[in-house]
Each structure stands twice: as structure tokens, then as C-alpha cells.
Design a protein around this ligand. Sequence first.
Ligand SMILES: C[S@@+](CC[C@H](N)C(=O)[O-])C[C@H]1O[C@@H](n2cnc3c(N)ncnc32)[C@H](O)[C@@H]1O
Length: 223
Amino acid sequence: MKHSNIHIVETLDGSHTLKSADIGEHYHSVNGAVQESMHVFIKNGFHSVDKSRLSIFEAGFGTGLNAMLTFHEAEKCNKLIDYTTLELYPVDENIFLKLNYAEILNIDSGKYFLPLHTCEWNRNIELSKNFLFKKINTDLNEYADNKLFDIIYFDAFSPEKQAELWTETVFKKMFSILNTGGILVTYSSKGEVKRNLRSAGFTVMRLQGAAGKHHMIQAIKNE
Ligand SMILES: C[S@@+](CC[C@H](N)C(=O)[O-])C[C@H]1O[C@@H](n2cnc3c(N)ncnc32)[C@H](O)[C@@H]1O
């Protein structure tokens, strides 16, 4: 699978997303990319774990929207975030330079957005005293590190398009890299996803979804 054939699309809240013609799917909900990321990953992920130091793992860095929102939130709440994100197909410079996230949120792009894209891959980088960042250019299926996290942002393409990433085997790996009490959040609430998460050991909660979606999932590692 390869997706070089990517273009920018404006979603209903005015924020951009990307559409991969090779996969035939958008990177976010067309009902609002920022709205979806804020709801699924920031509200029900970042703000659901009450710790002043958080380690976060993201499956699918893509546009960098979740990372940017997390970085900005970390500064607002003065939390210490250690953020690791995986991406198999980095977005080209000619695309990420055009994304309007910082502009529509009135966030300093030079501080919160561009460094995420321009910094070196596969290295820990201190982007601020609140935000330690590492992006890894690898396949989620190949990821093998025993570092533990408090939160997983599971943001792969949909189970319809990328069934191989929503399996019990992958969720077992996600379970194994979470601290006890840690959570995985994702926008999909498909029955098979819930079943595979439960088989992997998670307690699955169905929460109100972002605009245009009935539900999302917050899965907890209780023990
Ligand atoms: C739904 S998009 C979301 C991306 C991102 N969170 C964002 O806000 O733009 C899924 C991302 O996962 C990446 N991806 C697809 N397959 C992958 C794999 N096997 N390993 C790592 N990343 C993958 C895609 O290239 C894409 O950037």
C-alpha cells in the first residue's frame, strides 16, 4: 500500500483534512477535522487521565493535528507530555505547509505545528519544557519497543480500509504498551473493533461520537 496521491479537502468546521486517493479515505471526519480530533483525542483522551505527566502514543501521525492540539493543550494546562507517534507514509512538505490548523485555531504555527513536521525522525526532541516529541517512521505492525504509555490515540484509517490494523493481535500489542489504568481512544465504534479490543484484554466504553458519528470508543486497561 502506498499513498502518494493525496490532496487537501476542507471539512465542515473549516479545517483541512487530506484525502488519500490510493486508500479512498479522508484522514479525518469530513464533518470537521479539528472538531473530531478535539472530541475524540483531546477531550476523551488527554483530559480523561488525571496526571500531570503523561506519556502518549499515537498510531498514525499524518497531518500532525492530534500532536499539535496535544502540544498546545500541554502548555495551557502545564502538563509534561512525552509524545511518541508512528507514521509509515510521512506527508510531503508541499502538503503540510498548506494545512490551516494553526491559522484557524489562532495557534502559533512556528511553535506548535511546523516543528512537528520538520524535526528529525526517530529521535527524542524537546520541543518545549512541556513537550517531548518522537516521531517514528515505521509500520505499526513492526513497532517493537517496551516503553509504556498512559494514553493511546488509535488513529489509523478505518477498519473497512485497513482491517489489518484493527485486529486482536494489534490491540494486544497496544494493551501491552499501556500502563495499568491507561486508555486507548479511537473514533471507530464498529462491533468488530469492540470485540477485538475486549479479546485483547480491554474494558470497552462506548462514548458519544464526534459530529456526524453516533459513538466512539474509550478502552481501559484495568489490570
Ligand atoms: C486516519 S489518518 C490519521 C492521521 C493523523 N492522526 C492526523 O490527524 O492526520 C491515518 C494515518 O495512519 C498512517 N498509517 C497507515 N498505515 C500505517 C501503518 N501500518 N503504520 C503506521 N502508520 C500508518 C497513514 O499514513 C495516516 O497518516
